[in-house]
Ligand binder design. Structure first.
Ligand SMILES: Nc1ncnc2c1ncn2[C@@H]1O[C@H](COP(=O)(O)OP(=O)(O)OP(=O)(O)O)[C@@H](O)[C@H]1O
Length: 371
């Protein structure tokens, strides 16, 4: 899977930009606040319809008004498609090959970008919501329907919480409790199943980064069980908390309260992890995610690496760049300083200089490595 060509119009500080990326490495380099991350964000939006850093549509628009347009020609499994996204402050509209889509569901899966950004490392020590989001985003990349199932769960959760807050009697709550158990057990099952497949890879990669001096693990509840057993378990949890739920007016058990455990040598990183361990863990998580997605879809996903050099030391960078250089696949890397990338061997591909929201192809090292 790769982007053949991409266009931006009136998107953040990018008035108009258009480029044809390399099928391998693409380095977007320039000073701070020039628009490098905005360029990555545009790609991320074309894959996920949701940003990694903004929640309101208005934030994408210059002066918060007008319409932003993003479009890309994407090649996947030998099929080329044109993905288009228009954003106004009140919503988003999507088209594929010039046709309006009624549901965003049909938009997903044509471009699957995986992002590695420095801010994400903080999720490991932050609130459980961040760790859940990391896991949920990874699952959504493998199965876009996961989003719909998560939304269905949210709907039941909101309604059940409302009834709890209003102190409604048990019989009025019952259908929502049943729905919540059904949807909640399903989400737990999908999370456990995903992790059962990806954690062996994560352990292996983490071992590689630390020369097998440390062992990583990611534990989500008790692991995989069949859906029926998970339903029974959630029902018991809710029964046990019924009184407190009434008092507090909220649902106290379910996938929205779970906290996936990120462990090194059996100890939670959240409590005991050093900065270095958190970074290594995130690197291993992302690498395992890439490998997993690649084996499921049969083609490498598009990688977006936002300013990695600021976050990883030479050893970890070296490990990751060796992995990237060995695989096929399209990669977009932003940086203020290209020298460390060139030292790691990333001198093939295309270099784009980013200045005040515009970009120009410009390889400062051209010629040096030819032949
Ligand atoms: N909605 C918007 N309208 C106009 N300009 C915007 C909008 N949102 C962000 N910007 C501008 O985009 C620039 C930031 O771009 P970006 O975050 O891509 O920087 P960057 O090149 O990645 O920098 P750094 O290296 O510091 O991460 C800033 O100049 C900011 O003012």
């Amino acid at each position: 899977m790769y982007i053949k060509q991409i266009q931006y119009r009136a998107f953040r500080n990018i008035e108009r930009a258009e480029f044809s990326p390399d099928t391998g490495f693409n380095v977007l380099w320039g000073d701070n606040a020039q628009g490098k991350t905005n360029l990555l964000e545009g790609i991320y939006l074309l894959g996920n319809l949701k940003s990694f850093r903004a929640s309101r549509n208005g934030e994408f628009l210059p002066e918060s008004t007008g319409t932003a347009h993003l479009s890309a020609r994407v090649s996947s499994q030998q099929v080329e498609r044109r993905l288009e996204l228009s954003i106004v402050s009140t919503g988003k509209k999507v088209r594929i090959d010039g046709k309006d889509l009624r549901s965003s569901r049909d938009f997903f899966g044509h471009l699957r970008p995986i992002l590695f950004s420095p801010e994400e490392v903080n999720l490991i020590k932050g609130s459980p919501a961040g760790r859940r989001a990391l896991l949920d985003r990874a699952i959504f990349q493998t199965d876009p329907l996961y989003l719909e199932r998560a939304q269905e769960f949210e709907r039941h959760l909101r309604q059940r919480n409302l009834l709890l807050r209003e102190g409604k009697p048990a019989q009025e709550l019952a259908p929502w409790t049943e729905g919540l158990i059904r949807c909640g057990a399903r989400l737990r099952w999908e999370r456990a199943r995903y992790l059962a497949e990806m954690t062996p890879r994560l352990r292996e990669v983490y071992g590689g980064i630390t020369d097998n001096r440390e062992q990583a693990d990611l534990v989500y509840r008790e692991g995989e069980a069949d859906e029926e057993a998970l339903r029974e378990r959630l029902r018991e949890e809710l029964d046990g908390k019924a009184e407190r739920e009434r008092r507090l007016g909220q649902t106290l058990a379910g996938p929205h309260r779970d906290d996936p455990l990120f462990l090194v040598d059996g100890r939670p990183l959240r409590l005991f992890g050093s900065q270095g361990q958190q970074r290594s863990f995130m690197l291993a998580f992302k690498t395992a995610q890439i490998m997993d997605l690649e084996s499921r879809t049969g083609e490498p996903p598009v990688l977006l690496l936002d300013d990695m050099t600021s976050e990883l030391d030479r050893h970890r960078q070296g490990y990751f760049f060796r992995f990237l250089l060995e695989r096929r696949g399209q990669v977009f890397i932003t940086t203020t300083d290209i020298q460390p990338l060139i030292k790691e061997g990333i001198h093939q591909g295309k270099f784009f200089r980013v200045r005040a929201g515009s970009l120009q192809e410009d390889n400062p090292e051209r010629g040096k490595y030819d032949g």
